[in-house]
Design a protein around this ligand. Structure first.
Ligand SMILES: Nc1ncnc2c1ncn2[C@@H]1O[C@H](COP(=O)(O)OP(=O)(O)OP(=O)(O)O)[C@@H](O)[C@H]1O
Ligand SMILES: Nc1ccn([C@@H]2O[C@H](COP(=O)(O)O)[C@@H](O)[C@H]2O)c(=O)n1
Length: 218
């Protein structure tokens, strides 16, 4: 009997708009599958933090110089990613208001996108990759792609439970970030789009796992 062809190690991509649940859902899916997940957003945030700390403008040259001088690396754990600069753990500083405001400006710089994509492509699959363009630009070959959405109000309401900020201000900031990120945030044509508004976290994770298992079994 001929040997059955072996399937390539699985890549699952989970893209979506800001605060749609990408990291919580990716962590849940990754833990269920026993694989790591990769947060591309944390790398864009780290590039922004280094650019801000360098004190210069957030120009491409300044940000790339900062990344070159102080190399950072992603630690892609299933329970939550961390970003390191040598022995310094940057993770807790990556969701500040200053980084939130600057990140979309840094993320459109082509050299920064190349830097992030190269870091992600160095990781050997299987894994879950989350962000905006995982299923389109970075891992277009992935056999299982998902795109998460929810209304700005729903997303802001969820965020307001994590942060002591006004829900209207959070909603306005999310709408601004969605607009600035629009170019790289188009769903892959072969992605399954999930409106997470009516679902709880377990419901979204369950829907994705059901589909992933079907894809993985050929
Ligand atoms: N389906 C859901 N039901 C209820 N709460 C949810 C759901 N999905 C995500 N959340 C909550 O919404 C908040 C935002 O989720 P999360 O941080 O995972 O989103 P994200 O897309 O990774 O955000 P960002 O784009 O800012 O990195 C978290 O508090 C999370 O627990
Ligand atoms: N694939 C990606 C991922 C992220 N970005 C940019 O980074 C910002 C922060 O990402 P979060 O996932 O933490 O929301 C996001 O607003 C984008 O500007 C990106 O461009 N591509």
């Amino acid at each position: 009997m001929p040997a059955s062809p072996s399937l390539p190690p699985l890549i699952v991509t989970i893209d979506g708009v800001a605060a749609s649940g990408k990291s919580s859902v990716s962590s849940g899916v990754a833990r269920a599958l026993g694989v790591p997940y990769l947060s591309s957003g944390l790398l864009y945030r780290a590039a922004t933090l280094l650019g801000l700390e360098a004190g210069a403008d957030l120009s491409e040259a300044a940000v790339l110089e900062a990344l070159h001088t102080h190399p950072v690396r992603l630690e892609p754990l299933a329970q939550g990613n961390r970003v390191w600069q040598g022995e310094r753990d940057l993770t807790a500083d990556l969701h500040s208001t200053a980084v939130d405001h600057g990140v979309s400006v840094v993320a459109v710089l082509p050299g920064v996108r190349e830097w992030v994509n190269a870091q992600l492509r160095e990781v050997a699959p299987p894994f879950v990759a989350e962000g905006r363009d995982m299923g389109t630009a970075v891992f277009p070959q992935a056999p299982a792609k998902f795109y998460l959405t929810a209304s700005p109000r729903v997303r802001a309401g969820r965020r307001a439970q994590e942060r002591p900020e006004d829900v209207d201000a959070i909603e306005a900031a999310l709408i601004r970030r969605d607009e600035l990120d629009r170019v790289q945030s188009a769903p892959a044509p072969d992605a399954v789009v999930i409106d997470t508004g009516p679902l709880d976290l377990a419901g979204v994770i369950g829907a994705i796992l059901e589909r992933v298992v079907a894809v993985d079994q050929g």
